[in-house]
Design a protein around this ligand. Structure first.
Ligand code: AMP
Length: 354
């Protein structure tokens, strides 16, 4: 990985920053927010220029960089730096390019790339969160020990693809894909809330941490096919007859608000996660999402963390019930751009780019 110092030196020479990201996931929001803060924008597209941006003129990038494959992005380093590019990573960018290749890309990137090693390995993710004092669903180390419903998922952000429920070892063996790294968690029954936070190491005021400020920009819940609509087909027996089993493929997002009495717990979890990240790897910077299930005992269990902008923030391009109490109309995309702008003005780009 390129040293933080070297990246800061590149960024400090930038006079006119261009915000760039891969044309997918939350790119409309990232470009829209960057334009609102007065940045030029560059869309990195695979193959050909996507047409759908023409339908959204306020979010269309000023320029496109076309590459044949995600691997080719690394070959464009000089071009990106000449364009004074700061990349903004999102789930698809990191997953498709590969966490290792993204970590090594010698172009200034928003956020702390050290987080990748802690996030992409589910064991390390668990170590980070549990040592922070955040409750996760119980881990089942040995598939033979499955004696109640469990949730099995593979490594990497796959939008829920491939995950499955098993109630015993036989069901696990019938569904597991050979050769893939997996993690098994207790199946938690409750309601899902995806808490969208933003941690700024340079902001002052607000909900203060040991260094910087924690903000909440929104909460969503994912729509997942086909689990969310299965009830329409009737009872489980009928589903079995039809040979349909639940899948968890994310197809969209819905806005939610938490009952207000749960907010202190939500902030406590966010705070612990950030403070521990500072101890472990120098701090996660910018947007992150705690993916939680709240039980009927009103306890949160965090089943996953995403340490960058999540697609659920796309709901809140023009603000959210939480962001509006920070600054009306603030999206996560715009908040990222604001952070870059403020850091640039204060000579602090080295604090937020790696
Ligand atoms: P993930 O692949 O971790 O993003 O999870 C995809 C979906 O699986 C979530 O949105 C939940 O619907 C569900 N899920 C994940 N982990 C659990 C768990 N431990 N208990 C119950 N449902 C889960």
């Amino acid at each position: 990985m390129v040293s933080r110092k070297a990246i800061a030196a590149i960024a400090e020479d930038y006079r006119d920053i261009t915000v760039a990201t891969v044309c997918s996931h939350s790119s409309l929001q990232i470009f829209h927010g960057a334009r609102q803060e007065g940045f030029k924008t560059l869309g990195i597209a695979i193959g050909k220029q996507p047409r759908f941006y023409d339908a959204f003129p306020l979010a269309r990038p000023d320029e496109f960089l076309l590459v044949d494959s995600y691997e080719e992005i690394a070959d464009k380093t000089d071009e990106l730096i000449a364009h004074q590019v700061v990349t903004v990573p999102h789930g698809s960018f990191v997953e498709y390019m590969g966490a290792d290749a993204f970590a090594k890309l010698p172009v200034p990137s928003f956020g702390n790339r050290n987080v990748l090693a802690w996030e992409s390995d589910r064991e390390k993710q668990r170590e980070w969160l549990t040592s922070a004092g955040v409750t996760m669903p119980r881990k089942i180390a040995n598939p033979e020990a499955i004696d109640s419903p469990v949730f099995v998922k593979y490594y990497g952000a796959k939008g829920g693809r491939g995950s499955f429920i098993a109630k015993n070892h036989d069901e696990f063996l019938a569904a597991v894909k050979p050769g893939m790294k997996y993690a098994i968690q207790e199946y938690v029954v409750g309601t899902r809330y995806y808490l969208q936070f933003f941690y700024s190491p340079i902001a002052e005021g607000g909900y203060r941490l040991s260094k910087g400020t924690l903000e909440m920009l929104g909460i969503d819940r994912r729509d997942e096919a086909n689990i969310d609509e299965m009830y329409k087909l009737g009872a489980q027996e009928r589903l079995r007859e039809l040979e349909i089993s639940p899948t968890f493929v994310v197809t969209g997002n819905m806005p939610v608000v938490l009952r207000e009495s749960l907010l202190p717990k939500a902030f406590d979890m966010g705070e612990r996660t950030v403070e521990r990240s500072i101890e472990l790897f120098g701090g996660m910077i910018g947007p992150f999402c705690l993916e939680t299930i709240v039980t009927d005992q009103l306890e949160f269990k965090v089943f996953e963390i995403s340490s960058r902008i999540v697609a659920g923030t796309n709901l809140f391009i023009s603000g959210s019930p939480y962001a509006d109490m920070l600054e009306p109309g603030m999206s996560t995309g715009r908040r990222i751009a604001r952070e870059i702008r403020v850091a640039q003005k204060r000579g602090l780009l080295g604090e937020i780019l790696t």
